[in-house]
Design a protein around this ligand. Sequence first.
Ligand code: 13P
Length: 252
Amino acid sequence: MRKTIVAGNWKMNGSTLMTKKIIIGTMARLWDVDFNENLEVVFIPPFIYIPIASDLVKDSRYEIGAQNMYFEDKGAFTGEIAPDMLKDFDVKYVVLGHSERRHIFGESNEMVAKKVKKAVEKELVPILCVGETLEEREEGKTWDVIREQLETALSQFDTLPEIVIAYEPVWAIGTGKAATKEDAEEVISKIRSWIKEKFGTDEVSILYGGSVKPANVENFASSQEIDGALVGGASLKPEDFAIIVKTFVGRG
Ligand code: 13P
């Protein structure tokens, strides 16, 4: 099912106090939002704050996501987090293949594919991130790069698993320079057509991410192609994050 999903990826930011402030502050501002079955609002804190976050959203319609996980069940993998550990704290979503993981920590398409497979096996919902660098865009390789990212991560499935895709152009992340509505729509509709051709269905939520903020969210929320947003910096400010959620909720 295509849901509207607004997810806040806090990246390596936060503290115990900030976790409480962000979550309680966001919930307080969204008290009158109608959470029908089509809307998901997700907090994605650093691993160490997941237990607190999970406690705060207990018995609410809000969901918790993780920023990463490893593809093994357990064992000698110092510093890694296993899928069952996330499930232990009621985590529903896991961001996989974020451009910061790919570019700073060297995660390959193959590693992302293993993580996606394991997440699906464990009934976590991957938020699979895809996107091109500025150089790749300027060389006209945007779709080639994204198709390869999709192919490696999803060709291992015969039917489309429960998954969310986030189109995050690398040049738009943390730069304040968001993609235009048209650029985002073009890539997202190509992703949807690729999924449809491969799996015979396009019932998948595809989000845009990269410098989404109150000042530009209307661009993305007004598009029928774009099912929501993966928000970085603005998700740390409850007043901004709440505006972003409300803009998606209020679209026609
Ligand atoms: P910013 O919204 O800070 O550009 O980050 C986007 C992002 O990477 C979300 O995963």
